[in-house]
Structure formats: C-alpha cells, structure tokens
Design a protein around this ligand. Sequence first.
Ligand SMILES: Nc1ncnc2c1ncn2[C@@H]1O[C@H](COP(=O)(O)OP(=O)(O)OP(=O)(O)O)[C@@H](O)[C@H]1O
Ligand SMILES: Cc1ncsc1CCO
Ligand SMILES: [Mg+2]
Length: 281
Amino acid sequence: MELEAKRNHDPDLNDWASIAWTILCNLRDQSPLVQCITNYVSMDLMANTLLSAGASPAMIHSIEEIPDFTPHVRALCINVGTLSPNWLPAMKAAAELITKSGKPWVLDPVAAGASGFRLKACLELVGLKPNVIRGNASEIIALSKASLGVTKGVDSSHESIDAIDAAKSLAQASGAIVAVSGAVDIVTDGNRVVGAHNGVPMMQKITATGCAVTALIAAFVAVEPSNALEATASALSIFGIAGELGMDIAKGPASLRTHLIDSLHGLDQAAVFSRIKITLL
Ligand SMILES: Nc1ncnc2c1ncn2[C@@H]1O[C@H](COP(=O)(O)OP(=O)(O)OP(=O)(O)O)[C@@H](O)[C@H]1O
Ligand SMILES: Cc1ncsc1CCO
Ligand SMILES: [Mg+2]
C-alpha cells in the first residue's frame, strides 16, 4: 500500500511501526537499484545490508560509467570515507545526474571535520542538494559550522543529542533531511525533530555500520521519496532493531555483524511492531 493511502486510512501520523513496516515491505517488493560511491572499508557491509533488506546494490564509481549507469538507478549513496581527489568529480557528476533524473541521493560526510580537503569536498557535495545527510554527531557539527572540529577520525567525539541544533541549522541551510546517528538517532527537516531509539552500543564496534545505515536510508528514500523524513527515521530504526535481534545471539562485534545481516533479512512484522521506538523530540 502507498504510504499516503496508509496515512489517510490511519490518521495517526505517529504510527511509526506501520510506516516503517510499510516502507520495508515496499522495498522488498520493489528491490530498488541503489548506486553506492563509497569507501573501501564499507563496500562489503553496505552491499550486504542492502541485499538483506531487499534492495539491489551496485558499487559503481568510475566517472566513465556514470552517464550510462546513474540515470537507471532508483537512489544514490555518496560516502567520502576514503576520499582522494580523483574520486570527487565522479561523486559530483553522479549527484548532479541523479538530481536531474528526479531521484534521491544521500550523503555520508565521513570525518568531515578531519581535514580541510575533506570538509571542502563535503560542503561542495552539500551544495549539490542531497535529499538526506546522515553522519555521526561530530561530522554533523563540523559540517554545520563549516569548520574543522574535534573529531576522532571517523568516530564521533560527541553524543548525538549534542548535535540537535547543528542538525537543524544544517537542514535549514541545505534543504536536506539531516540524520545524526548515536545512542539515539536524531532526524530533522530543520523544523520537526524525531528520535529513533533502537540499536545496541556494540554496533559502534563494527566498522562501517554508520555507512551501511546511510545506504539503507537511500533504499528507503528510493521507495518513499516524498516522505524522506519518515523514510530516514524508519531505516534507522529498522537497522537498530536488526542490531537488537542480532545482539540476542552475538558473542561480540564479529558475530553481531553476521547476526545483524541475518536479522535484517528475516525481520518480520511482529518484531517491528513490538520493538520500534520513534518519538518526537
Ligand atoms: N550507543 C548506541 N546505542 C545504540 N545504537 C547505537 C549506539 N551508537 C551507535 N549506534 C548505532 O550504530 C550505527 C552506527 O552509528 P555510528 O554513530 O557509530 O556511525 P558512524 O560513526 O558513522 O559509523 P562508521 O563511520 O563506522 O560507519 C547506527 O545505526 C546507530 O544507531
Ligand atoms: C575506518 C574508516 N576509515 C575511513 S572510512 C572508514 C569506515 C568507517 O567510517
Ligand atoms: Mg560514519
């Protein structure tokens, strides 16, 4: 069922379980093709996250292929994690082309505040109008202030709730939905702020879980482009629920990685409805 029809049928806009489950079912039905221009560390987990959720990933990044390939994808995920200068033109070309095709793209500004080169690249990409920006708290603060900040490389040195104001101003300035991951995932359009409270702390001990959830957001927004805030919060909660279920049987980060992917693949309506926790902040 279309989300709009569902909303009209069920006027309770806070029925997040129903919203998230509907988007996940549509994603599984439609299996959207998602192009990922991402870092070397995240490629495997990102592709497997998309596959287990029901999407179709393609890690295609060379500038020569973008004119032929990008117009055919349903969404694009750009991640600057292992950025070098020769990758940037391909990222920009893909962002421009997908926007021209009227389809959504999502930016992951990994370690935005770690170097001047990286910050400038991220700000230029923000200028190409991503539909969603998802980072950790230090990344969103650096991007919002456009300054090199206290960041521990790709890891955050801030809590997500400390980045609410930065997220709101970045959303207002860029026109993007901004998501800050952490113990509570924050999602804002610059006006409304919601918190997604699912997930387990051990997810921070697996490299590229943040990158993977950004790609999952791209897949959710691909099937629900006109409700990007709802799609973003839903993707974050669904990924968190998969982490919670995985943690029930995991022995540590390595087995959690495996069980998270399995849980995402097998996620059913009962688990979504009993576990989802998204609130207005
Ligand atoms: N304390 C926590 N409790 C619950 N879930 C968490 C916690 N910290 C992070 N997460 C979850 O872990 C995932 C990754 O978030 P994180 O903020 O670590 O991203 P990141 O720093 O961009 O990661 P990476 O750069 O390794 O991809 C998100 O789904 C987030 O909700
Ligand atoms: C560890 C690491 N370094 C650059 S990108 C990346 C993956 C997590 O962001
Ligand atoms: Mg990250």
